[in-house]
Design a protein. Structure first.
Length: 448
């Protein structure tokens, strides 16, 4: 093997945007990376909302919940995969790609929104890691110690991001697969048969699973830009993430049953108890806790990539360290449980944006001349389908947990005489409306 091949195999992500990204990640690297992201500690507690997305007295049957997790994951990961392909083809990070959609200046708006949500998600993941560690070792080690340790590890991974992804593929993924399989066997043995329920809330459950997946839409290209092919980028997302998320939610259904639905509803981390109490539970749950840092790694690294869209010649390592420190600080002082409502709004921002991007890039043929330069002209017309897709999301979505926000959209529904039906999906509806309006604008532009 020549030295050039060795160097290429171990190449790292460029430090600034004016350097070409190495194409070193194959289909296996992408699949393993996204499979690890598909398994989340609180993904287990999210199974409570999969079973009963409307929070009423009519939960789904176990079969309906599993089918909803599969359908929702396939739809959601297909969206993430679509967001990844332009990154593989252009070699540009996610927020830089938006220069071609909105123009260089307008791309700053979604970039700032993404930075905010990524910092919040990163802090949330550090909190999850610390709470998971305390579930294993008790409160003898204070929460801040675990949060800071997780923050240091997260920041270190972002300095060598491609090395971190290769590390996940070679070592961590195997441990995760074994751990999830172990808990699946234990929970199937110990949990009473899941009976009762109906299929009435199937569509809201699918919508919930889609929302879990599409939170990765605004970061997918940050990793796909290093993919050896578009097929590897798309297939890695759809294959790796779908399998992992369905398995995570299925195990979560049994874990929630063992922990008690009421306990998990009051405190999501209550779902950790059955894992730790299982035979060899501390060992295998410890693997999952350690692996959770790949979630915080992805959030911190993608925040640095977003910042480079605004300041392209600043070394990404400087951004990574600064964001790592900030994220750790937020995890120490902020109640991250209150962040979920805001993240719902962020999801409503990026799903219709993907609809606009996918149609403009793939169907209207602009991908051949996608302008990601610092002088890319503003395209105000593309804001129209984006905003209308955002409105569609909230007209179709289940009521928000934030009372004043829910009141706004309840009033809007009443004003237009619209009542969302149980089978309607906010994510799919927003994506389709934004995409179809973009398609119509493209046809009008060609005719003119």
């Amino acid at each position: 093997m020549t030295s050039d091949v060795i160097d290429a195999k171990h190449a790292e992500a460029p430090l600034t945007l004016d350097q070409a990204p190495p194409k070193t990640l194959g289909a296996l690297d992408q699949s393993a990376f996204w499979a690890n992201l598909g398994v989340s500690l609180l993904g287990f507690s999210f199974a409570l909302f999969l079973i009963n997305p409307l929070g009423d007295d009519n939960p789904l049957t176990f079969t309906a919940a599993l089918v909803a997790s599969l359908v929702g994951s396939l739809i959601g990961t297909a969206m993430v995969g679509l967001a990844a392909v332009p990154g593989a083809q252009t070699g540009q990070p996610a927020m830089v790609l938006l220069r071609g959609l909105f123009g260089a200046r307008l791309s700053a708006v979604p970039t700032v929104l993404n930075i905010i949500q990524m910092i919040g998600w990163g802090a949330f993941e550090l909190w999850v890691v610390a709470m998971g560690a305390q579930a294993i070792f008790g409160a003898s080690v204070p929460y801040p110690v675990w949060a800071i340790a997780a923050g240091v590890l997260t920041t270190a991974l972002t300095i060598y991001p491609l090395g971190a992804i290769r590390l996940l593929r070679r070592f961590v993924t195997v441990g995760v697969v074994i751990s999830v399989a172990w808990f699946a066997v234990v929970f199937l043995r110990d949990t009473p048969a899941q009976t009762g329920g109906s299929w009435d809330a199937f569509a809201p459950a699918v919508d919930f699973v889609i929302a879990l997946s599409v939170s990765w839409v605004p970061v997918a290209a940050d990793y796909a830009r290093h993919s050896r092919s578009s097929r590897a980028a798309f297939g890695g997302v759809v294959g790796g993430y779908t399998i992992a998320q369905v398995a995570c939610l299925a195990v979560g259904v049994y874990a929630v049953a063992l922990a008690g639905h009421g306990a998990v509803a009051d405190q999501p981390t209550a779902v950790f108890a059955p894992f730790v109490a299982a035979p060899l539970g501390a060992l295998f749950f410890g693997i999952l806790v350690l692996r959770e840092t790949d979630q915080s790694f992805a959030n911190v690294y993608s925040t640095a990539m977003s910042l480079q869209n605004l300041m392209p010649r600043v070394d990404r390592r400087i951004f990574s360290v600064a964001i790592g420190v900030l994220t750790t600080g937020v995890a120490l002082v902020v109640d991250v449980n209150s962040y979920g409502a805001f993240l719902g709004i962020i999801g409503a921002v990026f799903v219709p944006m993907l609809g606009v991007l996918a149609v403009d890039y793939f169907l209207l043929g602009r991908g051949r001349d996608w302008d990601t330069s610092e002088n890319a002209p503003s395209r105000w017309l593309m804001v129209i389908p984006w905003v209308l897709g955002f409105v569609t999301w909230w007209l179709l979505a289940a009521p928000s947990a934030v009372s004043w926000w829910a009141a706004i959209w309840n009033g809007a529904r009443q004003a237009v005489g619209f009542t969302p039906q149980p089978w309607m999906s906010a994510a799919v509806g927003a994506f389709l409306v934004a995409g179809l309006i973009t398609l119509g604008l493209g046809a009008l532009r060609r005719r003119r």
